[in-house]
Design a protein around this ligand. Structure first.
Ligand code: ZN
Length: 269
């Protein structure tokens, strides 16, 4: 009797230099969700660039916190967290936190960054996730950032007539080969982060304004995320894992074979 295949595939290690662009709504979304994978990708030779869409100014319920102070503090926390996993480049787009919408303005902004950074892979939040199970409503900012990112990847980034003002400003079309969706309920792949879980936790510790410090952080957010990644790892037979829905958009000249649809579309040009 044969063992049924696992529902998730192991992500293959990177074997060639590549650029990965991670786009999320909030400061700390990367550290909670994907920083273990990012640390691995950096160690495997990737250039990774972060985009934080909102200004983080709604990240406190304390009545005496000044929004401008919190925005600056969270910016410094995010820069420190990125440095822990070897990411020196962070773009802060500054949209008002907790009020994000997937507007054409945001899609244009992300299209400009994709055409500038020219990533092989984009990582963003799955815009279709409304809730998880029966205890967690997904933040609408996550869905808005995810939707704008999805449509910036396709069709906007690679379509010459989309946002002609970007073309006029020198931002040439760019084809993204892979889209990795985090916070998804349709995961297809996992990344084994056993070797980088400590880096992930160190990055998360930088967000003191969000998770506190000392025992409060260790017994709270840090213990929670470690347990979540442990639970995920148990599903696939590794110690710690992060999960994604992975989409690939291979074209002529890419290493993977073309799909019939892509071949027909190319032949028709
Ligand atoms: Zn968030």
């Amino acid at each position: 009797m044969t063992t049924p295949p696992l529902p998730y595939k192991a992500a293959e290690p990177l074997t060639a230099p590549c650029t990965i662009l991670v786009i999320v709504a909030h400061h700390d979304d990367i550290e909670f969700g994907v920083a273990g994978s990012v640390a691995r990708w950096v160690q495997e030779g990737a250039r990774v660039v972060y985009v934080i869409v909102t200004d983080g100014g709604a990240g406190s319920n304390e009545p005496d916190i000044r929004r401008a102070d919190l925005v600056e503090r969270r910016r410094q926390e995010q820069i420190a967290a990125a440095a822990v996993v070897g990411v020196p480049e962070v773009h802060f787009l500054g949209y008002p936190d907790a009020m994000l919408q997937p507007t054409l303005e945001l899609r244009r902004h992300l299209t400009q960054i994709i055409r500038q950074v020219r990533p092989d892979r984009v990582v963003c939040q799955d815009p279709t996730t409304v809730y998880f199970g029966d205890g967690y409503i997904n933040h609408p900012d996550h869905r808005a950032a995810g939707e704008a990112s999805l449509y910036a990847v396709f069709p906007s980034a690679e379509t010459r007539p989309a946002f002609p003002e970007l073309l006029d400003a020198g931002y040439a079309p760019h084809h993204v080969r892979e889209l990795w969706l985090t916070l998804s309920v349709h995961n297809t792949h996992y990344v084994d982060i056993t070797a980088t879980i400590d880096l992930k936790l160190a990055a998360l510790r930088c967000h003191v304004s969000q998770i506190g410090a000392g025992a409060a952080a260790e017994n709270g957010a840090l213990a929670w995320i470690k347990q979540a990644n442990d639970d995920g790892g148990q599903q696939v037979g590794v110690r710690y894992a992060e999960f994604y829905k992975v989409m690939r958009f291979d074209r002529d000249g890419d290493s993977a074979p073309q799909s019939a649809t892509a071949a027909e579309a190319t032949a028709g040009e």
